[in-house]
Ligand binder design. Structure first.
Ligand code: NDP
Ligand code: 2IT
Length: 448
């Protein structure tokens, strides 16, 4: 038994049965359905039109073989995925993840979350996600290119600037997007905005690189402001040291915070003087090195093996920016015991359900991923807009729009949860506000 509500319980039971062995997808669906209970009770048409049954079933799943040749001349085979989850409000939009842990369940959870996140941005983008179990770590540029060209050879049959527009996620940054774009252009002989996160010389948008991390801090700042607080003088811990984490650090610091810890999948660094972000950028963006190397140039800093220890560091604000389920109940309890006042999720689903409950019970301000990290995809939609217009805005213009979008997302989430009797519960607010627009569009378009 998942829910008291019979309709929701039947849907959840079916989701678990039809998507066996995909616990991350079950987790993402359960969280959304929990929030929607009062909305469904207030609107019987949702059940009559089978909106939820249709929402949890992807419109299309594409799964393919990706063969490529490594530097030793050996043929390698990976798996590629693209899940086109929901196109009710716009073309499918969402990133590509290259990581050895990728399987259908990971792409499904990410694609499902993306539907609501994209709706929250207020821009016309549907939900999709893709990726591969390919690991770019330790590969040469030529190997990454060979993989990307093979991956795009199949993917190109299914995407398009008005159909489905992929972007980056874990393991897919500027280098990978460049190789993917080059191959798409070569296969299709067209220069269109089929990917976002492109380089600035070939159709990319200023501020897209910064957008997820900056947007996360704009959102966190709204949560703090609503309680008369700010980043000023606060100690901040950020997990990860990739795209999202680096620019979250940059903006948190600009807003007056002091970031004392960051991590990668091997371990974390603690620098009581405040992390030297230029050093992290050099290590991660240029050298593709491990975070451990930070201590060779910063002897005052400490390095610890393992990821979860970072949550035992005393801080006021925690920004998980690495991966799913990186904060469990134990880590959440450690943060609460150390007096954390706000947690905002840069990564997708970084907190387990038990961790979220721990934060909410302790009255910690909690910004869920769908809302808090929506600045990345929102700016991707701004990139699509600029590509369509064959025009580009300045950094300040894009950043200004991003800032306003994040403020609006906060306001809409806060209002939605208050309206349904759950004030301050931004998890419920994000799920409800994201759902309502998609639901309305699905109803208007008939049974499709
Ligand atoms: P990157 O690949 O740039 O960085 C990922 C970071 O997280 C690295 O430091 C990586 O360490 C660490 N990490 C990845 N997987 C694990 C793992 N299994 N355990 C521990 N650490 C891990 O990715 P992004 O910064 O783009 O993405 C980070 C998170 O933000 C993801 O959850 C992504 O879905 C989410 N996100 C990204 C957006 C974007 O615009 N890029 C937008 C919205 C959300 P290592 O280098 O050792 O692997
Ligand atoms: O999870 C996400 O929102 C992303 N990885 C960004 C997607 C995008 O299309 O920019």
């Amino acid at each position: 038994m998942y829910f008291e509500n019979e309709y929701l319980d039947k849907i959840m039971t079916d989701v678990v049965k039809r998507n066996a062995n995909e616990p991350e997808f079950h987790q993402a669906v359960k969280e959304v359905l929990e929030s929607l209970e009062p909305v469904i009770e207030a609107n019987p048409k949702i059940k009559e039109c089978a909106i939820i049954e249709r929402l949890v079933e992807p419109e299309r799943i594409i799964k393919f073989r990706v063969p490529w040749v490594d530097d030793n001349g050996k043929v390698q085979v990976n798996r590629g995925f693209r899940i086109q989850f929901n196109s009710a409000i716009g073309p499918y939009k969402g990133g590509l993840r290259f990581h050895p842990s990728v399987y259908e369940g990971i792409i499904k959870f990410l694609g499902f979350e993306q539907i609501f996140k994209n709706s929250l941005t207020g821009l016309p983008i549907g939900g999709g996600k893709g990726g591969s179990d390919f690991d770019p770590k330790g590969k040469s540029d030529r190997e990454v290119m060979a993989f990307c060209q093979s991956f795009m050879t199949e993917l190109s049959k299914h995407i398009g600037a008005e159909t489905d527009v992929p972007a980056g996620d874990i393991g897919v940054g500027g280098r990978e997007i460049g190789f993917l774009y080059g191959q798409y252009k070569r296969l299709r002989n067209e220069f269109t905005g089929v990917l976002t996160g492109k380089g600035l010389t070939y159709g990319g948008s200023l501020a897209r690189t910064q957008a997820t991390g900056y947007g996360l801090c704009y959102f966190a700042n709204e949560m703090l402001k609503a309680k008369g607080l700010s980043f000023e003088g606060k100690t901040v811990v950020i997990s990860g040291s990739g795209n999202v984490a680096i620019y979250a650090n940059e903006k948190a610091t600009t807003l007056g915070g002091k970031v004392v810890a960051m991590s990668d999948s091997n371990g974390y660094i603690y620098d009581k003087n405040g992390i030297d972000l230029d050093c992290v950028k050099e290590l991660k963006e240029v050298k593709r090195a491990r975070i451990k190397e930070y201590i060779t140039t910063h002897p005052d800093a400490e390095y610890h093996e393992g990821c979860s220890g970072i949550w035992t560091i005393k801080c006021d604000i925690a920004l998980p920016c690495a991966t799913q389920n990186e904060i469990n109940e134990e880590s959440a309890k450690a943060l609460v015991a150390n007096g954390v006042i706000a947690v905002a999720e840069g990564a997708n689903m970084p907190s387990t359900p038990e961790a979220i409950a721990t934060f909410q019970n302790a009255k910690v301000l909690f910004g869920p991923a769908k809302a808090a990290n929506a600045g990345g995809v929102a700016t991707s939609a701004l990139e699509m807009c600029q590509n369509s217009m064959k025009y580009s805005w300045t950094f300040e213009e894009v950043d200004g729009k991003l800032h306003n979008i994040m403020k609006d997302i906060y306001k809409n989430c806060a209002e939605a949860c208050a309206k349904y009797g759950m004030p301050d519960n931004l998890v419920a607010g994000a799920n409800i506000a994201g759902f309502l627009k998609v639901c309305d569009a699905m109803m208007a378009q008939g049974i499709v």
